[in-house]
Design a protein around this ligand. Structure first.
Ligand code: GN1
Ligand code: MG
Length: 365
């Protein structure tokens, strides 16, 4: 691997000698490496090398164009804030197709810490503020300029339609083992898809959204524990603000990991939810419409069901989309997300109350 990385680094004209590298295992799609160089003056500098999964992102050049537009917009609007810095090859491109046809990009590594799970309400609130601020950074960006990197990415209705088509086809003969999950998804199919239908009908405003708001997509300063920058801009596209909110709380308010096999450990933590609401709504409560505010809790439920359906769909069609660490991984993920969705539904009234209280607080501030 180090030889391959060395030649990628050379193509991006990185200076110095490749010293070491390690794999960053957070993502479920792309391959990510932190690569450290010793520079001529003896100091070390690290970079992030990423090999894009082109089965998922079919037009990776379009992604890099999107990222270029988005980061330029942010750094023009907020010159003092950190944005991601990508390196260019000799012919001026911010990406490279290597000899095997693999698609690579290289960016500066930002010394930072990320949180996969978090119990500190201050960090959770700051995560909410970071994603809310990201929304504000792009509030005046024309989404029509962006390529749709994955069409219908958060079209929950379509995701569920696809799942049920694959349940019928059952291409790998796996449906018999997941009847309970299929039955539950079938019972919530309409409820979970409703928001995406209203979005398609124009009842919910179109925003430029991040679309993958897991807490580990915010880099934090090690010492101050304040957010530095939001990363993973591959899916920045027009979408629903409430889904960015929903996806974030799906991840951060889960008392367990996204793929926890022991379902007794999985629940939706209302206090973590409150902390995230404070940060997020503190940033965007004046720009969101009432329809958007009213849809936040439903969005959390819907996107959790959506992700469960995506994991299950991948299982039924042979584990081709998400990286799996063991054969049942996608079912374990499905069950975990379904347990979480059920808990969100059980706590819906309380969550709605928390949203209302937080909006009131934020507006009085
Ligand atoms: C994938 O690879 P990663 O971790 O950035 C997926 C998200 C899911 C997430 C679940 C392009 O994100 O939609 O929410 O896994 N990204 C894509 O962990 O499908
Ligand atoms: Mg992502």
């Amino acid at each position: 691997m180090s030889e391959a990385l060395r030649s990628i680094g050379a193509a991006f004209r990185l200076k110095g000698e490749l010293q070491s590298f390690d794999t960053i295992t957070n993502g479920n799609i792309n391959a990510t490496f932190r690569v450290t160089y010793r520079q001529e003056d003896g100091s070390e500098k690290s970079y992030i090398f990423q090999r894009i999964n082109t089965a998922v992102f079919r037009n990776p050049v379009e992604i890099m164009q999107n990222i270029d537009l988005v980061t330029t917009h942010i750094s023009t609007k907020y010159p003092n804030e950190r944005t991601l810095h990508f390196h260019h090859t000799a012919d001026g491109k911010n990406y490279l197709f290597d000899g095997d046809g693999c698609f690579w990009r290289v960016m500066n590594y930002v010394d930072s810490v990320t949180f996969n799970t978090c119990d500190d309400p201050a960090v959770i609130e700051a995560t909410g503020a970071a994603f809310g601020h990201f929304q504000n950074q792009l509030s005046d960006f024309d989404g029509a300029r962006l390529f749709e990197t994955i069409p219908d990415f958060h079209n929950t209705k379509k995701r569920l339609d696809t799942l049920f088509a694959h349940v019928e086809e059952d291409p790998c003969g796996r449906a018999a083992g997941v009847q309970e999950e299929i039955a539950y998804l079938s019972s919530v199919r309409e409820t979970a898809g409703a928001l995406s239908v209203r979005f398609a009908n124009g009842e919910i405003p179109v925003r430029v959204t991040h679309n993958d708001t897991k807490s580990n997509n915010v880099l934090f300063d090690r010492e101050t524990r304040l957010p530095i920058v939001v990363i993973d801009l591959d899916t920045v596209m027009p979408g629903m603000a409430a889904y960015d909110f929903g996806d974030a709380v799906r991840f951060i308010a889960n008392t367990a990991a996204e793929d926890e096999p022991d379902l007794t450990r999985v629940s939706f933590d209302t206090e973590k939810f409150r902390a995230f609401c404070r940060g997020f709504l503190g940033e965007v409560c004046t720009s969101l419409t009432q329809a958007e505010i009213d849809s936040l809790v439903t969005a959390a439920f819907s996107i959790t069901v959506e992700l469960a359906s995506r994991f299950l769909d991948d299982y039924l069609t042979g584990d081709k989309y998400f990286k799996v660490n063991y054969p049942e991984h996608n079912i374990v993920r499905t069950r975990c997300q379904l347990a979480l969705a059920k808990d969100i539904m059980r706590k819906k009234d309380e969550l709605e109350r928390i949203v209302a209280e937080t909006v009131k607080e934020a507006r009085e501030r």
